[in-house]
Design a protein. Structure first.
Length: 539
């Protein structure tokens, strides 16, 4: 009343704080201790009241206990019918006053304060109401690089008739290139009040609060050593959809390739991983399912996982539009067996990469007929023979690409016409550099390619990928239909050391409008150098 909120807090103590609508509903009302009360005495802080008056929260610092924090939130419960008829809507995840991280759901010690971070809105898709928020920061190059990717994936589910958000937080943090990435993992739930309500609003959701759930803390897990557990309390407020937000939502299955670098607790150094992808989106259910199949040669040589499964169940995938989607690990493998994993997959549209990772005069491919993005996390397996510690294979920020393959009839038509395609785009991947000061980091470079469809020959020019610029030419081995190809690397050197490897790609879209795939390069002598990722280019 009269701009002041009073509550007895169920007998825990009196709470009295200012509570008024800020400009345009923004959380801008900061106040001092005069006239305030809380279970820990007078407070200073910031309070927010939504424009329609249906949701509020306040971050409070007790004057007599300045290292402590108090948090309060509540409102008027939204109806399930309002959610069912809503379009895609967006929200802003506000900072946790205790964590004081710019990036949601993580501590500053895991990269929450990294500069130049891309922090997406939290989107909720219509009807079945899946939710997705992603953040990405990549600062610096080579041994001086720091990076973090965190994504929150959930679904709005009924809870005794009251809608609740339930899901997971997944991510990777690498603040030192000299150490393997740290896995970020947590449950995700909307915080319920004393009446069991957690989403607030009238005809639409105006706000809510997310935490890691009452039963378990969030965790930062190094590949070896002790995990760090923590909690988060993130208020979420209604926002406008980003400018240019697309409403295109297509049910489709895309195929392609993946690449990256995997660390394991059973050996050093890490190893490169490559394979094929299948990514399916379901516009009616707002779900994503992805299956990654590792190349058999990689599995045989490293003992790494043969399959990586993502999404496919409520609470662990979210499809917002054709460019923005993500998923956590699938609860089962293709054979129906439990998958002992904590994984994430996110589209590039869900978390835009920084242009600073690219060399000058290069840009990420705006490819119409293919998608690319990120994946990472842990797969656990039985202990090695004679051991007691389970084997863990961990990917930091790795990459995938997939799209609608070009029909073989189009390839045959281009071949009969003697067509030559010229493509420009980028490649992006994970790097491990051995030697006296080993380092693990991300790199990106430019790509120019030429392909003669009649002779199935071409040239790939890599521009300044991790300091390497080279061209490979010749016949490219293909599948019988000519829709897939390999470009083998045999004449490249890095710092005068021979490098071997390959590009494995496909053509996408009508008349081979796009091309994309994975790559892997590695040294054949001297200190270990290996890198693997994906490329994407358009005519």
């Amino acid at each position: 009343m009269n701009g002041v909120f009073n509550s007895a807090l169920g007998g825990a103590g009196q709470l009295t704080i200012p509570l008024v609508k800020g400009p345009n509903g923004n959380p801008a009302n900061t106040f001092g201790p005069s006239g305030t009360a809380s279970p820990l005495g007078p407070v200073t802080g910031t309070s927010f009241l939504s424009a329609d008056g249906t949701f509020f929260y306040a971050n409070l610092t007790p004057v007599n206990a300045p290292t402590q924090r108090e948090f309060v939130a509540g409102g008027m419960p939204v109806t399930a019918s309002s959610l069912a008829s809503a379009p895609v809507v967006a929200f802003t995840v506000q900072p946790d006053a205790a964590l004081r991280s710019n990036i949601p759901f993580i501590r500053n010690h895991a990269g929450g304060k990294l500069a130049n971070a891309y922090i997406s809105p939290l989107f909720i898709a219509p009807q079945t109401s899946t939710a997705l928020q992603s953040s990405l920061a990549i600062n610096g190059h080579g041994a001086y690089q720091q990076s973090v990717l965190v994504t929150a994936i959930g679904s709005v589910v009924p809870n005794s008739g009251q809608p609740t958000i339930s899901g997971a937080v997944r991510g990777s943090s690498q603040l030192s290139a000299a150490a393997p990435p740290v896995r970020i993992g947590s449950n995700l739930t909307s915080v319920a009040d004393g009446n069991g309500n957690s989403l607030y609003g009238s005809s639409a959701v105006s706000g809510f609060v997310l935490d890691q759930s009452p039963s378990a803390l969030a965790s930062e897990v190094p590949l070896k050593g002790t995990a760090t557990n923590y909690g988060f309390t993130q208020p979420v407020t209604a926002a406008n959809l980003p400018s240019g937000f697309s409403t295109s939502r297509t049910t489709q299955t895309m195929t392609g390739n993946f690449g990256g670098v995997m660390n394991t607790n059973t050996q050093t150094p890490p190893y490169a991983i490559t394979g094929t992808t299948s990514v399916s989106t379901d516009a009616a259910a707002n779900r994503v399912t992805a299956n990654f199949t590792t190349d058999q040669a990689v599995v045989s040589a490293t003992g790494g996982p043969g399959q990586l499964q993502f999404g496919g169940a409520a609470g662990n995938s979210a499809f917002i539009n054709d460019a923005i989607y993500g998923a956590a690990e699938s609860p089962t493998t293709r054979g129906g067996q439990p998958q002992n994993a904590q994984l994430y997959l996110a589209s590039q549209g869900a978390a835009s990469p920084p242009s600073s990772l690219l060399p000058a005069n290069t840009s990420y491919c705006q490819c119409q007929y293919l998608q690319w993005g990120y994946w990472g996390g842990d797969i656990s397996a039985a202990p090695p023979s004679g051991g007691t510690t389970p084997r863990i294979d961990r990917g930091g920020i790795n990459f995938w690409v997939a799209g609608q393959p070009t029909p073989s009839t189009d390839i045959n038509m281009l071949a009969s016409q003697g067509a030559v395609g010229s493509y420009t785009g980028h490649l992006i991947g994970s790097v491990f550099r051995g030697g006296s000061q080993p380092a693990q980091y991300l790199a990106a470079g430019g790509l120019s390619a030429m392909y003669a469809f009649a002779t199935r020959s071409g040239a790939f020019t890599v521009n300044n990928y991790d300091g390497m610029t080279f061209t490979i030419t010749g016949k490219f081995p293909t599948n019988p239909s000519g829709t897939q190809y390999s470009a083998l690397i045999s004449t490249v050197t890095r710092q005068n050391v021979p490098i071997t490897g390959a590009f494995n790609g496909s053509f996408y879209g009508p008349a081979a409008a796009n091309t994309g795939g994975n790559f892997n390069f590695h040294t054949t002598a001297g200190p270990t150098y290996l890198t693997s990722g994906i490329f994407a280019a358009k005519r």
